[in-house]
Design a protein around this ligand. Structure first.
Ligand code: CA2
Length: 151
C-alpha cells in the first residue's frame, strides 16, 4: 500500500481561541473546524494532514524538526511568533520541503509590528487576509507544488 504524503499544518500561540474571541478579525470558525476542512480537502488531494497547535515556541520548533524528517511540506501559521521568532525561522531553514506561511488576517492592513515576518525568509509562499480559507488555498497550492505542476 502506498502511504500518502503528509503535510504538517502547524499553528502558533492563541490560535486555540479561534472562533471564540475577536470574530471581527479572525471569523467565527474554530481551529477544529479548520482542521476538519483541511483533513477533508487533504483526502480529496491524496494528502495526509497532521494538524497541530501549540502556545509554546519550543514545541513548534520540535514539530518543525519532526516534520523535516517525515513531512512532504509544511503549512505554518506561526501567529505572533511570525514577527518575533528567529528560532522558528532557523528551524524552518533546516527544512528542504516547501513551506507555506498562512495568516488569517491581512497583516499588512494592521499594526506596523505585524508587517514584518521573520518566517517569510524561509517561506516558499505567503497567504494573508483570506480568512481561514487561506489554509485551504495553501493546501491546494502545496498539492500542486508536490506534483510539480507549477512552472
Ligand atoms: O492573522 C493571523 O493568522 C495571525 O497570524 C494571527 C496572530 C497574529 O499575532 C498575527 O499577527 C496574525 C494572532 C493569533 C491569535 O489568534 C486568536 C484568534 C482568535 C481570538 C484570539 C486570538
Amino acid at each position: 500500500m502506498i502511504m500518502p504524503t503528509t503535510i504538517a499544518i502547524l499553528n502558533g500561540p492563541n490560535l486555540n481561541l479561534l472562533g471564540k474571541r475577536q470574530p471581527e478579525i479572525y471569523g467565527y470558525e474554530t481551529l477544529s473546524d479548520v482542521e476538519a476542512r483541511c483533513r477533508s480537502l487533504g483526502q480529496d488531494l491524496g494528502l495526509a494532514v497532521d494538524f497541530k497547535q501549540s502556545n509554546a515556541e519550543h514545541v513548534l520548533i520540535d514539530w518543525i524538526h519532526a516534520a523535516r524528517e517525515s513531512a512532504g511540506g509544511i503549512i505554518i501559521n506561526p501567529a505572533a511568533y511570525t514577527h518575533t521568532s528567529i528560532a522558528i525561522l532557523d528551524a524552518l531553514k533546516t527544512c528542504i520541503c516547501p513551506i507555506l506561511e498562512v495568516h488569517i488576517s491581512n497583516v499588512h492592513q494592521r499594526e506596523a509590528f505585524r508587517h514584518h515576518s521573520f518566517v517569510s525568509l524561509a517561506a516558499t509562499g505567503v497567504v494573508a487576509g483570506f480568512g481561514t480559507h487561506g489554509y485551504l488555498l495553501a493546501l491546494r497550492h502545496m498539492a500542486l507544488l508536490l506534483a510539480d505542476k507549477l512552472a
